[in-house]
Design a protein around this ligand. Structure first.
Ligand SMILES: Cc1cc2nc3c(=O)[nH]c(=O)nc-3n(C[C@H](O)[C@H](O)[C@H](O)COP(=O)(O)OP(=O)(O)OC[C@H]3O[C@@H](n4cnc5c(N)ncnc54)[C@H](O)[C@@H]3O)c2cc1C
Length: 187
């Protein structure tokens, strides 16, 4: 097995490192102190192709591999853990379920805009009484006609409360039996 990074990975790493040092570093401390979310840095990460980096180009992605995605997160986290969390949560928790489990229609509808940096998607699993133990989740989803009624409360949802959030994938209990817990999409 070859553990060396290929040319594309090396170029990506230096591009992201330069972006993190020049654009994020000067702002990171102030953003942290003010507990502010930077729409501008998020848009710039989109322009660089970091949002949806592992998605095929047909969905608006950069068509790179998962290792490239990890390199990008690593380089951003080297400078600012918060901006790295925005990037990682959006790509893995936000885009991941839609790309892996969504219908073709959902993919075409949501993924291209989720690659631009002007729209984010989040994932709601954690509840006040259910963190590591996700099976203790109490939020329910019941089908009412052709709409899901979701009842419960979620906390710590990265990218969930920003103005550019366009949806959240919510983990909810859909059956009485504790053995049958499924993920359900809520937009
Ligand atoms: C920066 C950040 C971003 C997050 N983003 C999201 C998000 O986007 N969506 C989302 O749904 N959630 C998110 N979370 C929440 C995160 O998933 C939970 O915090 C995590 O699952 C832990 O749950 P908890 O905080 O309830 O801690 P607990 O589960 O109560 O754990 C508390 C402590 O007990 C220990 N512990 C727990 N269970 C066991 C066990 N069985 N054996 C031994 N030790 C144990 C843990 O290691 C920990 O030290 C985020 C959290 C952070 C910090």
């Amino acid at each position: 097995m070859d553990f060396n990074l290929n040319e594309e990975h090396v170029q990506l790493r230096s591009m992201v490192r330069e972006f993190a040092e020049k654009k994020i570093k000067p702002l990171a401390q102030e953003l942290d102190e003010k507990e502010s979310f930077s729409y501008e840095l998020t848009r710039q990460m989109g322009e660089l192709g970091l949002l949806g980096i592992y998605l095929p180009e047909q969905y608006g992605g950069a068509g790179m591999d998962y290792l490239a995605y990890i390199i990008a997160v690593e380089e951003i986290a080297r400078i600012d853990g918060s901006q790295a969390a925005t990037l990682a949560a959006h790509n893995s928790l936000g885009i991941g379920p839609i790309y892996n489990y969504g219908t073709e229609e959902q993919k075409m509808r949501y993924l291209p805009q989720l690659c631009t940096g002007n729209a984010l998607w989040s994932f709601g699993l954690t509840e006040p009484e259910a963190g590591s133990d996700s099976r203790a989740s109490k939020t329910t989803a019941r089908l009412d006609g052709d709409e899901w009624m979701i009842n419960g409360s979620k906390i710590f949802i990265t990218n969930g409360s920003v103005d550019i959030n366009i949806g959240t994938t919510v983990q909810a209990v859909t059956h009485e039996s504790a053995e049958k817990r499924v993920y359900h999409h809520h937009c």
